[in-house]
Design a protein around this ligand. Sequence first.
Ligand code: PLP
Length: 417
Amino acid sequence: MNAPDNAQKTQPALDVAHVRKQFPVLHQHVHDNKRLAYLDNAATTQKPEAVLNALDRYYRYDNSNVHRGVHALAARATQGYEQARARIARFANASEAGTVFTRGTTEAINLVAYSHVLPALQPGDEILLTEMEHHANIVPWQLIAERAGARIVVAPVHEDGRLDLDAWRVRLNARTRMAAFVHVSNTLGTVNPVAEMVAEARKQGVSTLIDGAQAVAHIPLQFEDLGADFYTFSAHKLYGPTGFGVLLAKPELLAAMPPWQGGGDMIDTVSFEGTTYADGPARFEAGTPHIAGAIGLAAAIDWLDAQGLRAAKAHEDALLAQALEAIDDVPGLQLFGTAPGKAAIIAFNLEGAHASDVSSLLDMQGVAVRVGHHCTMPLHARFGLSGTARASFAIYNDADDIAQFASALRKARDMLR
Ligand code: PLP
């Protein structure tokens, strides 16, 4: 039975000081002894001791290859790898049979493009994207569209960074073979109404893929309830290791998909006359996988669950509100993405100043933000920009980070006049 709503509301608030203690990397000083305020979490998150220890333990005591040996270490590594699959599937409310391990969101989207969409793609077919997509959810579709003579169709965003849902609906039609959209924009922070979009696409028999890279550490994921065909995310944005990610898929779709990379571990039998392939996720996991990556992600999920995803989200929402208030009166501040209910991501510019100068001045004061197009060039072009600075918040950010950010931004403003 589901917990009653009020059980969620009474969840204890996050003890951010306790959380911060678990992240060794945060307790350092940079540039002439400046306290580090790490606000580049949409690019990648830091790792708690629990994850560092799980990785260390695996390499120190259990390191071996998976699915191939009968010795004690091979058995432990295989068990760790497959237990991680079960843990990750449970976290996402997905089936183990539909949980494929990849190098990250990017590889997961490529896998779907080449193995699910391309084989049936015809000239004149359409792939529906949105203007706020990360390049990872644009370029793979362009590559396969070029091969098949298909078209990329793009739904625009409103001035405040909301998706123009009506325009998106209009573009969904009998020629659409795939509707791929981001759950949370890595630049605008916009949270798309993904359940509604999946329902609309399904009504028209259109496949759906949700890029959940920026959502998974902040919004509880219910893959099976969502009804999407595919959902992708990366471990490193979820307090886990880099180079590891997940494709969630409906198992019946995986069963019908051809392999997209060949090699060891993805086969059933091999002969020079022909090869037959493994069933399930294994078919898409050719070669020695990132075993520690899977184990590290499972540890990250255990850790995040112990803190409480809802408590983390409430904390990040409060940080966003505080940060927006703290920088509100900085002269010439321009914000991009002001959609209601947005995630804790602030893309901004200072009028008359280059984003990279602003970011360098922030860095000199210990404030780490991202600068550039954040792999959303078409979105920046839509706003007539070549780049922005971006501050993004995570579970371990605190009021001191915000104060440092606001004061550093004021100083940058003074220096760039
Ligand atoms: N999609 C979004 C929304 C992202 O923010 C990112 C990473 O920044 C990606 C996809 C690509 O993720 P990865 O580089 O981990 O494959």
